[in-house]
Design a protein around this ligand. Structure first.
Ligand SMILES: [Zn+2]
Length: 409
């Protein structure tokens, strides 16, 4: 369950299978390490067992909430003057995705799922596409290669591995050979390869390469019975996201904290049990926040954050970054359900704070950890109005409806 350190991408990451997550951690590491499942051209730098909780996010559709324009109210700012930004949005990227349905089922139920290419077309190129466009605000997008979804035969080697329990490296070889037969080469003709295959005998329900946050491409391997949240988890890994970390702090402080990887955080990378988007630090790392929605301030004052997943047209600030004590910055966001999006935070809307290490003047957003009070009711990391936290001279105080006050003394 150790948290990944450093930027050793690309490597493999997995979503623990709900059935085996609690007993299968050690086995999962071994399985992932021996799988050799890699996107063509990628090479593993390591694996990580990650969280222990299961990911049971329900499939959901992204849509524009009604009354979204109400959110475009004037941003309240007193002080907190903007300093030179440390963050820059990514340029608009279109990633070419090909989905292979590998026909390796050994039981009827999975066979029916793997035969249903229409369902996967909708799932990947309507639902998931809409979700990714929403979380990235149109800065990152998947486009299908040809029809997008193809059924591919499984080799004897793959069938033997599947029958033995958990497929190993053969499915990737099968998919690669099948696509080459269609004249499709990795890098030249497609960037990301998603292999849907029967892997319900594995200790993981999904697997993904951990890539460059601002890069393209990657690979995921997923059981057709897995919910959409698992795909969002693996696609997050493709964009460099780690299993979300939490830093447990004493009440009122952001120092003397204890880090924990693979923790419950409102993100598909945080093993939460409902539909949620990526966290502010995940989105900053991947470049999914607009420059105008981000502010770095060394000053003091109060400002009102707009909910993280308000539509892009609503404007407003989605992330505030402030320097703290030695070597750390804090990123603050406001999470609140927006129509049918980010509904998983409905039980705990509010301000969230992420502690980010700064190395050579660069904030390491992707490894940021959500601040949580060790002994508090903030299971999902929200800070209730009136709550304040200190690191050295810095104090961050949560207000109502996205208001944040920063003071220094
Ligand atoms: Zn994972």
């Amino acid at each position: 369950m150790s948290r990944i350190t450093g930027n050793g991408f690309p490597h493999l990451e997995h979503t623990p299978s709900p059935r085996t997550a609690r007993r299968g951690l050690v086995a999962a590491v071994a399985a992932a390490a021996t799988l050799g499942l890699l996107a063509p051209g990628a090479s593993p730098a390591g694996t990580d067992a990650g969280g222990v909780a299961s990911l049971t996010a329900a499939p959901h559709r992204a849509s524009t909430p009604s009354g979204a324009t109400l959110l475009a109210s004037t941003t309240t700012v007193t002080g907190l003057k903007a300093a030179t930004p440390l963050y820059k949005r990514r340029p608009v990227t279109k990633d070419r995705l090909v989905v292979v349905l590998l026909q390796n089922s050994t039981h009827e139920e999975t066979g029916v799922l793997l035969a249903d290419d229409a369902q996967f077309k909708t799932s990947y190129f309507v639902d998931m596409k809409a979700w990714l466009e929403r979380v990235s605000q149109g800065l990152y997008e998947y486009v299908p290669v040809g029809d997008g979804v193809y059924k591919a035969p499984a080799s004897d080697a793959t069938m033997a591995e599947t029958e033995a329990g958990c497929p190993g490296s053969s499915p990737s070889k099968d998919a690669d050979a099948f696509l080459k037969g269609m004249g499709l080469e990795s890098g030249r003709d497609y960037d990301t390869l998603a292999i849907q295959m029967q892997n319900d005998g594995c200790v993981w329900s999904g697997l993904g390469t951990v890539g460059d946050p601002r890069g393209k491409g990657g690979g995921i391997w997923i059981d057709p019975g897995s919910v959409m949240g698992v795909r969002m988890h693996e696609f997050g890994h493709n964009r460099g996201m780690q299993h979300a970390a939490v830093t447990f702090c004493p009440r009122g402080k952001m120092t003397k904290c204890t880090d924990q990887g693979g923790a419950t955080v409102p993100s598909p990378l945080g093993f939460t049990d409902a539909a949620v988007g990526y966290t502010a630090v995940e989105r900053l790392g991947a470049g999914y926040i607009l420059n105008s929605q981000y502010r770095y301030s060394k000053g003091t004052g109060t400002l009102k954050l707009t909910p993280a997943y308000a539509p892009r047209s609503a404007g407003g600030l989605r992330a505030l970054e402030v320097p703290g004590g030695k070597g750390y910055h804090y990123v603050i966001e406001y999470r609140k359900p927006q129509g049918t999006f980010d509904t998983g935070v409905s039980r705990a809307p509010g301000i969230r704070i992420y502690k980010v290490a700064v190395k050579n003047g660069k904030p390491d957003y992707i490894h940021g950890a959500m601040v949580r009070i060790a002994e508090g009711p903030t299971e999902w990391g929200q800070f209730d109005p009136g709550e304040s936290l200190k690191d050295g001279k810095l104090t961050i105080k949560a207000g109502k409806n996205g208001l944040v006050t920063v003071s220094r003394s």
